[in-house]
Design a protein around this ligand. Structure first.
Ligand code: PLP
Length: 487
C-alpha cells in the first residue's frame, strides 16, 4: 500500500480575551503534536508496505484543504471547552495522546465488534478495560467499552432485568435522568428514592422501601451529575446483607476518584467499597481524558456473559478467541476509542498517587478553593461543600425566585466576560442554611454550577473568582440602572 500523505494544517487557536493567563496549558493540539502524529503514521504505513499499490480516490488535496478550513470556521461556534475559563458543564478535553492515538487508529478505522474488524484494537481494548477493572480490585470480571454512560448503564440494567426478572430498579432522585428512561425501554419497573440534604440517596427512605420487598437492583450514583454527591455505597452494602438485592454503581462521572486520597472520609469509604458492586459504569470520556464515544461497563461476575450469548451468521469467523461483540449489546464500535484509551493509560497509568490521580486531586482542590471563596463572601449561598469537583452556588436575595433570576443573569454576564458556567435547577431542600428571612416561594432553586474538571482549574481559581465578582457587579449595576430609570 502506498504511503498515504495526510496534510495536517495547524488548527487556528481561538483568541482568548483574557489578558493574564496563569500557567494555562492550551489543550488544543499544536504543530509539534502533528509532527508526532506524522511520524507515527509513517510507522503505521510501514506495516502495510508489502501490499501492491492501490489508488486513493479521495478528493484532491486543495478541495480537501478548503473544506477543512470551512469546517474549522464552523467549529469556532463552540464554547472554549479546552480552556480553564470554561468552568460549566461536565466537559473535559481529551489528553493530546488520546486525540493523536485516536486520529492514528482512525486511519485504519478498525471496528471492535469482532476480531475480523479490529484485531489489534480489540486486544488493546481488553488490556485497557482490565486496567479499569483493576482500579476497583477486580481481576476476574466481564467488561468492554461502549458509546458512553447511557449505554453502559443500559447494559447493566438489562443484565439486572435478566438476572432478577420482574423486580424493581431503584435510584435516588438525583440519579442521572436516563435510568428512568432506560428502565422504560427495558420495560423494568423503576422507582426513585428522594435524596437527603447532601444530595445522596436517603438511607432511611431507602430502607423503608426495601422493607416493602420487590427491589431487585439499587443504582448507586458515585458522583451525581448535578452536584457531584456520592451515594453511601458502604452503608448500602450493609442493607444488602439484610434485603438481598443487586447493586449497580453508576460511576460514569465519579469512578476515577477511586484513585484520589484526599476526599471526605465518608466519600472515601464509599469509593473503597466499589469493588463490592455487581456492576460498574465508568466513562473514560468524562474524567478519563478520552474523546466522546468512550464509556465502559464492568460486571463482577463473568458468568453474566450467558445473557449476551447469540449467534452472528456474519462475523466471528477469524478466531476462536473472544470477539468483543459476543459480550456487548452494540454491534459496530470504534476501535480508535480503544487505541486512544490504551495509549492514555500507557502514558498515565491508573495508580493511586500517580500523575493521572494527581490531576483529579487538583480538580477536587480547585472545587474546594472555589467553595472557600464563596463561603467567605456573604453575598453568596451554597448548599454544601463539593464532594468531588462540582461547586454549586447562588446569590442571596429576598426570595428563591429572585435568587433563581439572578443565577440566570450572572450566567449571561459571566459568559460576556469569557467565563462559562452552568445552571442547575435543584430542590430548595438541598440548601439547609438558607437565610431565615429568605422567602421560599418556590420548591426549586436555579443555581450556578461549575464543574472544575481540569487540573488547570486549580491555578485559575483566582481568575475565575475575579471574573465571577465582576459579573456580579455587572448584574448589580444593571439592577440599579433599572430601578433608577424604570426599564
Ligand atoms: C452520573 C451519570 N451517569 C450517566 C451519564 C450519562 O452518560 P453519557 O452522557 O456518557 O451517556 C452521566 C452524564 O453526565 C452522568 O453524569
Amino acid at each position: 500500500m502506498p504511503i498515504r500523505k495526510i496534510s495536517m494544517p495547524n488548527l487556528p487557536a481561538r483568541k482568548l480575551r483574557s489578558k493574564s493567563k496563569p500557567n494555562s496549558k492550551a489543550e488544543l493540539l499544536n504543530s509539534e503534536h502533528f509532527r508526532f502524529l506524522s511520524d507515527a503514521l509513517r510507522s503505521l504505513n510501514e506495516g502495510f508496505q508489502n501490499l501492491p499499490e492501490c489508488k486513493n480516490d479521495a478528493p484532491g488535496d486543495d478541495r480537501l484543504a478548503k473544506v477543512l478550513t470551512a469546517t474549522a470556521e464552523r467549529l469556532r461556534d463552540n464554547y472554549p471547552y479546552f480552556h480553564p475559563l470554561y468552568a460549566g458543564q461536565m466537559l473535559k478535553p481529551p489528553h493530546p495522546v488520546a486525540q493523536l492515538a485516536y486520529a492514528l487508529a482512525m486511519t485504519i478505522n478498525p471496528n471492535n465488534h469482532a476480531l475480523d474488524g479490529g484485531r489489534a484494537t480489540s486486544a488493546m481494548e481488553k488490556e485497557a478495560v482490565a486496567q479499569l477493572a483493576a482500579m476497583f480490585g477486580w481481576k476476574k470480571f466481564l467488561g468492554h467499552l461502549c458509546s458512553g454512560g447511557t449505554m453502559a448503564n443500559l447494559e447493566a440494567l438489562w443484565v439486572d432485568g435478566q438476572s432478577v426478572p420482574g423486580k424493581t430498579i431503584v435510584a435516588s432522585s438525583q440519579s442521572h435522568y436516563t435510568h428512568e428512561r432506560i428502565s422504560k425501554v427495558l420495560q423494568l419497573p423503576f422507582e426513585t428514592i428522594p435524596s437527603d440534604a447532601r444530595g445522596r440517596i436517603d438511607l432511611k427512605l431507602l430502607e423503608k422501601r426495601l422493607k416493602r420487598r420487590g427491589v431487585g437492583t439499587i443504582v448507586v450514583t458515585m458522583g451525581t451529575t448535578a452536584t457531584g454527591a456520592v451515594d453511601p455505597l458502604h452503608e448500602i452494602l450493609a442493607l444488602r446483607k439484610k434485603y438481598n438485592f443487586r447493586i449497580h454503581a453508576d460511576a460514569a462521572y465519579g469512578g476515577y476518584f477511586t484513585l484520589v486520597e484526599n476526599l471526605e472520609p465518608d466519600t472515601q469509604k464509599a469509593f473503597a467499597a466499589l469493588g463490592e458492586a455487581d456492576s460498574i459504569a465508568i466513562d473514560p470520556h468524562k474524567h478519563g481524558l478520552q474523546p466522546y464515544g468512550c464509556g465502559c461497563i464492568l460486571f463482577k461476575d463473568p458468568g453474566v456473559g450467558r445473557w449476551y450469548k447469540h449467534n452472528s451468521p456474519y462475523t466471528y469467523f477469524t478466531s476462536t478467541d473472544l470477539h468483543l461483540g459476543e459480550i456487548s449489546l452494540e454491534c459496530s464500535r470504534p476501535g480508535a476509542a480503544a487505541a486512544a484509551l490504551w495509549a492514555t493509560q500507557k502514558l498515565l497509568p491508573l495508580n493511586k498517587g500517580g500523575e493521572f490521580a494527581q490531576g483529579l486531586t487538583k480538580s477536587s482542590e480547585a472545587a474546594r478553593a472555589m467553595y472557600e471563596r464563596l463561603t467567605c463572601d456573604a453575598r453568596f449561598i451554597t448548599p454544601f461543600a463539593p464532594e468531588l469537583d462540582i461547586v454549586i452556588f447562588a446569590l442571596r436575595a429576598e426570595t428563591v425566585s429572585a435568587t433563581s433570576l439572578l443565577s440566570r443573569r450572572i450566567f449571561d454576564a459571566a459568559a460576556q466576560r469569557d467565563l462559562h458556567l452552568a445552571l442547575a435547577d435543584l430542590p430548595v431542600a438541598l440548601f439547609q442554611h438558607l437565610p431565615p428571612n429568605m422567602k421560599r416561594d418556590r420548591d426549586i432553586i436555579t443555581c450556578l454550577r461549575s464543574a472544575l474538571m481540569k487540573p488547570a482549574h486549580f491555578d485559575w481559581v483566582d481568575q475565575i473568582w475575579q471574573r465571577l465578582l465582576a459579573s456580579v457587579a455587572d448584574v448589580e449595576n444593571r439592577k440599579t440602572q433599572i430601578s433608577r430609570h424604570g426599564k
